[in-house]
Design a protein around this ligand. Structure first.
Ligand SMILES: C[S@@+](CC[C@H](N)C(=O)[O-])C[C@H]1O[C@@H](n2cnc3c(N)ncnc32)[C@H](O)[C@@H]1O
Length: 421
C-alpha cells in the first residue's frame, strides 16, 4: 500500500493531523519530552499556509534529539485532533507522532489495530496488480515474471481479518506466491506463527521458476539492484482542492527544489491519475534485503515408476511408501526428513518428531524401536498394522512416545503397495 511504513510496533499508515476545511485554526503545543519519529524537522520546512491540506505554521523551531523533542513547539493550524477532548494528548502519550519528509506532523495508525476490520476499499488501499508486479519483479530481479500477482498488502489485509496469529493460510491458486510473502511479512510484523500451504498446477513452471524462488528469497534474503520509487506527495483532486491549485503547484515545486538540494532521488515523476495528483521520487539502489527467516518445503505430485501399482518393482514401492510417509509428516507438522530406509522414516520439526514404520514384515521392528527410543524430542509413531490398534511393549508408559494408528487413506496406500498380490 502506498504510504505504509514499519516501526518496531508494526506497519502503520501516517494519517494527517491537519485538514483543509472550514475548521478553525488553533495553536496547540507539542510539549518538550514528546517522542517524535522524524528524520529531520525544521521550521523552514513548513511555512504558513504552505500545506495544501490545511493551514499549518510552526511558531517555534523544533529541536529533536534521539527522537525526543527538546523544547515546546507551538503549531498554528487546522488541527484534526485537539486537546479539548484529550484526543491530541492521546497521540502524544501513545508515541504516535510521525513527521514526514516534508515536515508535516502525522499520526501513526497501526494496521494491527481494528484487526478484524477489513477495509471496505481493500484494493484501493492495498494497491493494484501493478504494485504486486513491481514487488515480484524486484524480488526475482527480472521484469514481467508473472502477469497478475496480487499486491502483498491486499493479502495481508485479508489475513489480518482472520485475527489468529497461528492461522494456517491455504491458497489453492498460488500463482506467484503472494500469499506466502504476505504470511511471512505478517508474522515478522506481529511475531505470529502463521503457516501457509500453497498449491498450484505449475502452469508455465510457475512453481519452480517464480513461486518457490520468491518464497526462498523472502525467507533467506536477496540482493536487490534496480529502481525504487517513493510517493512523496499525493492529493485527491476535488473542487475544494482545485480552489487551491496555487498551493498544490507550489507544494510540488518545493518537493522538486528540495530534491535539487538533497539529490535524494534521481528523478521526480509527476502524474495525474484517477483524480489524484501524485509525485514520486525515483532512484537506483543496490542493496541487500534481509530475509525474514522461517522455512519452506516443496512437494510435487508425480507418477512413480511404471504408472501402475501392479507393475511396481521394489524400488518403486519404497519410493511410494516414502511419499505416503511424507503425508503423515505434513499432518504432524514435522517436515524435515532426517532418516529413511526400506522400512521406516523419521521426520522432525523444532519441537517434535514423527517416526513411520511402513512395512508389514516386522523383521526390522527391534531396530526401529531402538532408534525411536533414542530420539531426543517427543515422537509420534505410526506403525503399519492390519489390526485397528497397535501395541508395542517397548513404547508402553513412555511419555515421550505417542503411538497413533495410520489414517485409513494412507493405510490403504501401504496395503496396496505391499500386499496387492
Ligand atoms: C490469478 S493466478 C493467482 C495469482 C496469485 N494470487 C498471485 O498473487 O500471484 C491463478 C493461478 O492459478 C493457477 N491455476 C489455474 N488452474 C489451476 C488448478 N486447476 N489448480 C491449481 N492451480 C491452478 C494458474 O496457473 C495461476 O498460476
Amino acid at each position: 500500500m502506498t504510504g505504509t511504513k514499519t516501526d518496531e510496533r508494526g506497519t502503520y499508515k501516517p494519517t494527517p493531523l491537519f485538514k483543509f476545511d472550514s475548521r478553525p485554526r488553533r495553536v496547540q503545543v507539542i510539549p518538550k519530552g514528546t517522542f517524535i519519529d522524524c528524520k529531520n524537522w525544521n521550521k523552514g520546512k513548513i511555512k504558513g499556509k504552505r500545506n495544501i491540506l490545511a493551514y499549518i505554521e510552526l511558531l517555534d523551531e523544533p529541536v529533536v534529539k534521539n527522537s525526543i523533542l527538546q523544547n515546546d513547539v507551538r503549531i498554528d493550524g487546522q488541527w484534526c485532533k485537539t486537546n479539548t477532548n484529550g484526543e491530541f494528548q492521546k497521540v502524544i502519550n501513545d508515541n504516535r507522532l510521525f513527521v514526514n519528509s516534508n515536515g508535516f506532523p502525522n499520526e501513526k495508525s497501526y494496521r494491527d489495530e481494528n484487526s478484524r476490520n477489513v477495509h471496505t476499499n481493500l484494493w484501493l488501499d492495498a494497491g493494484y496488480n501493478e504494485l504486486g508486479k513491481q514487488i515480484l519483479d524486484q524480488i526475482l530481479g527480472k521484469d514481467n515474471v508473472f502477469p497478475y500477482p496480487k499486491p502483498v498488502e491486499l493479502v495481508k489485509e485479508i489475513i489480518k481479518s482472520i485475527d489468529n496469529p497461528e492461522a494456517i493460510v491455504l491458497d489453492f491458486f498460488a500463482g506467484s506466491g503472494t500469499t506466502a510473502q504476505a504470511v511471512l511479512e505478517k508474522n515478522a510484523e506481529d511475531d505470529g506463527q502463521r503457516q501457509f500451504i500453497l498449491v498450484t498446477n505449475n502452469e508455465g513452471k510457475i512453481m519452480e521458476e517464480v513461486c518457490y524462488p520468491r518464497v526462498e528469497k523472502i525467507i533467506k534474503g536477496y540482493n536487490f539492484s534496480g529502481k525504487i520509487t517513493e510517493t512523496l506527495y499525493e492529493e485527491n483532486l476535488s473542487f475544494s482542492s482545485l480552489k487551491n491549485t496555487d498551493g498544490i503547484l507550489s507544494e510540488v515545486k518545493e518537493i522538486e527544489e528540495e530534491n535539487k538540494r538533497s539529490m535524494q532521488f534521481e528523478k521526480i515523476i509527476k502524474e495525474i491519475d484517477d483524480n489524484k495528483i501524485i509525485v514520486y521520487g525515483e532512484k537506483n539502489v543496490k542493496e541487500k534485503r534481509e530475509g525474514l527467516g522461517n522455512s519452506v518445503k516443496y512437494y510435487k505430485t508425480a507418477f512413480v515408476g511404471k504408472h501402475n501399482i501392479l507393475d511396481a518393482d521394489d524400488k518403486d514401492k519404497i519410493q511410494l511408501a516414502h511419499h505416503a510417509g511424507e503425508m503423515l509428516a505434513i499432518a504432524e507438522n514435522t517436515l524435515e526428513q532426517i532418516k529413511k530406509n526400506a522400512h521406516w522414516q523419521i521426520f522432525e520439526s523444532r519441537e517434535r518428531m514423527t517416526a513411520v514404520y511402513f512395512r508389514e514384515e516386522q523383521d526390522q521392528l527391534d531396530e526401529f524401536a531402538k532408534e525411536v527410543l533414542s530420539l531426543k524430542k517427543p515422537v509420534t509413531v505410526y506403525m503399519f498394522s492390519w489390526e485397528e490398534k497397535v501395541e508395542i511393549i517397548d513404547f508402553e508408559d513412555n511419555k515421550n512416545i505417542n503411538l497413533k494408528t495410520i489414517p485409513q487413506p494412507i493405510l490403504e496406500i501401504y496395503k496396496q503397495i505391499y500386499n496387492i498380490i
